[in-house]
Design a protein around this ligand. Structure first.
Ligand code: NAD
Length: 267
């Protein structure tokens, strides 16, 4: 039985991950924690999530619970996930990080720590559909990329803290790598007298509104035709199920950085 420690236990994702652990065979909730000043600290996980009492209090630091688990599942905040990875480097537990909004330096440090000390599944989007979309976008880019303009449009709920979404950036990277371009081709939003669109450009547009769980469209527009590939998440359970799948997969793996393509066998 894999024992999971869930970070950010009362968050939108943390709470869905706990619910999904409870209904998945082969994995159990060993501990849960929140940030230090969170009002749920000290309360029972079950009580906070509207479930029967579970006898698991919400702690206020990873150090207090890390010994109890085989894997830490972390969907929190970029600075918090980096701090957790630094702590875990001393323990070598498996990790699943779904947090977005990392700076390049933060992500590179997390990847470096994992390469040396623990197996990590890190992905900006844990849904099966999005991970298949990466493949479809790679194929469409190979076929259409040279003569077509490529734009990414992402939409999320009004509370999302970072923009553009990590998934939009991951899609842009798939396109750039396929075409042999780099990040200087990314064009975030547009305003004013922008002139003609350069060919070597990947537009990335952000929408923030209401309760949209997560939508991504990659648009390929060429002479006389347009192809749009769209993924719409209807519920956070799609990400939570992916995170639990990743947790079951990553325990026992060699230190290193893995992604959902590894977990889902899409490589
Ligand atoms: P949220 O704000 O609802 O939840 C984050 C939780 O983390 C909060 O409860 C917060 O108190 C807690 N937290 C913050 N700092 C902490 C710390 N130091 N220690 C412990 N807990 C801490 O946000 P959310 O919508 O659940 O999203 C969380 C992250 O996951 C975001 O970066 C989001 O973009 C990302 N996300 C990823 C995927 C994916 O598939 N990879 C899907 C959805 C969301």
């Amino acid at each position: 039985m894999v024992k999971a420690v869930v970070a950010g236990a009362t968050g939108r994702m943390g709470s869905r991950i706990i619910q999904n652990i409870l209904k998945t065979e082969g994995i159990e909730l060993a501990a849960a924690f929140e940030r230090k000043d969170h009002p749920a600290v000290g309360k029972d996980v079950g009580q906070v999530l509207g479930l029967p009492e579970m006898g698991i209090p919400i702690e206020d630091a990873l150090e207090k619970v890390i010994d109890k688990g085989d894997v830490i599942i972390d969907f929190t905040f970029h600075e918090a996930s980096l701090a957790h990875a630094r702590i875990n480097a001393k323990y070598g537990k498996a990790m699943v990080i779904g947090t977005t909004g990392f700076s390049k330096e933060e992500l590179s440090e997390i990847h470096q720590l994992a390469t040396q000390h623990f197996p990590l599944v890190q992905a900006y989007n844990m849904s099966l559909g999005i991970n298949l979309l990466y493949k479809l976008v790679e194929l469409a880019t190979r076929v259409l990329g040279q003569g077509f303009d490529i734009e990414i449009i992402e939409a999320h709920h009004r509370l999302k803290k970072d923009a553009p979404s990590g998934t939009a950036l991951a899609l842009a990277n798939v396109i750039a790598q396929t075409l042999g371009w780099d990040e200087s081709s990314f064009r975030f939003c547009r305003e004013g007298i922008i002139g003609q669109r350069p060919s070597q450009e990947i537009g990335i547009q952000t929408i923030r509104a209401g309760e949209i769980v997560g939508e991504h469209t990659v648009l390929f527009a060429g002479p006389g035709e347009r192809l749009e590939l769209t993924h719409r998440a209807a519920s956070r359970d799609t990400f939570a199920q992916g995170a639990v799948k990743a947790a079951l997969w990553v325990v026992g793996k060699a230190p290193g950085v893995y992604n959902m393509q590894d977990v889902l066998g899409l490589k």
